[in-house]
Design a binder for this molecule. Structure first.
Ligand SMILES: NC(=O)c1ccc[n+]([C@@H]2O[C@H](COP(=O)([O-])OP(=O)(O)OC[C@H]3O[C@@H](n4cnc5c(N)ncnc54)[C@H](OP(=O)(O)O)[C@@H]3O)[C@@H](O)[C@H]2O)c1
Length: 251
């Protein structure tokens, strides 16, 4: 269903990066956009710039989210808020596991629980879930992040089953490395972080992801774009490791 058929969007993680770019893009399309994140100042600046409606809410605050949604008919839901705590799983910390499950998965499930039934009843809606290439591929990093994003990926296809017969579209966006502040947020805002993840690389920007989301939304109502993977041209996932047992020569 093209943009003019939608009125209201809700974007989580709107205070920076991909979320803020999606808010800007949606506002250009004339949507009423509800922007959710914890950073009130950044949201206020985005509201002043774009005319979006700022909600300084933690997506894990289930009551606050329910209060917000009680008076909203959301046509487009963008589950974008996400965090990472990179660490080998063998060294995982309990609090990190809880945080990643709460923000990356539990909040997404509750937002869908609160929003999708209304879309089904109105025969109109579009859910955009931002997962990651970590949902589909194995690479060293953080197994909890991979697990939460894989769950969001599966939820995205399950929603299509649950809303079958209604014009509720679901798009999973799987970004590879995108030039946002996520690396500063995760590893610290230092020259070392920039050198490791950003400097000298040719990377897609948040706006490129927002444009891909807009493409999926602008498609005719008969078209559901279910999955978009966006990586740098100069990035490929994958790899295969084979180790000798420690007791073997060379192991
Ligand atoms: N950039 C990449 O390379 C990349 C790659 C793969 C997947 N992704 C995914 O893309 C999404 C957006 O990432 P980004 O690159 O734009 O990162 P970002 O700049 O760090 O943005 C993350 C957003 O999530 C919000 N957020 C975090 N915890 C929250 C909470 N408890 N409640 C509400 N909002 C919360 C942050 O806002 P506050 O701190 O103000 O709450 C911020 O607006 C994430 O789901 C991420 O996993 C990114």
């Amino acid at each position: 269903m093209p943009f003019p058929d939608y009125r209201t969007a809700l974007v989580t993680g709107a205070s920076s990066g991909i979320g803020a770019a999606v808010v800007r893009r949606f506002r250009q399309e004339g949507l009423e956009v509800h922007a959710v994140a914890r950073s009130g100042d950044a949201l206020a600046a985005l509201a002043a710039e774009t005319g979006c409606i700022a909600h300084a809410i933690d997506v894990c605050d289930r009551d606050a989210i329910a209060r917000l949604l009680a008076s909203l008919q959301v046509d487009i839901l963008v589950n974008n808020a996400g965090v990472d705590r990179p660490r080998k799983f063998l060294e995982a910390e309990a609090g990190d596991i809880d945080l990643l499950v709460d923000v990356n998965l539990r909040a997404v499930l509750h937002l869908c629980r609160l929003v999708v039934p209304g879309m089904v009843a109105r025969d109109r809606g579009h859910v955009v879930n931002i997962s990651s290439i970590a949902a589909a591929y194995n690479f060293g990093g953080n197994s909890t992040y991979h697990a939460t994003k894989a769950a969001v990926s599966m939820l995205s296809s399950q929603l299509r089953i649950d809303a079958f017969g209604k014009r509720v579209r679901v798009t999973e966006i799987c970004p590879g490395r995108i030039a946002t502040d996520i690396f500063a947020h995760v590893h610290g805002d230092t020259p070392e972080t920039r050198a490791r993840f950003l400097d000298g690389f040719e990377l897609p920007e948040a706006k490129d992801v927002a444009d891909a989301i807009a493409f999926a939304i602008a498609a005719p109502v008969a078209v559901n774009i279910g999955h978009i993977e966006i990586t740098p041209t100069l990035q490929v996932p994958g790899g295969l490791s084979t180790a000798r047992p420690p007791s073997a020569p060379g192991g």
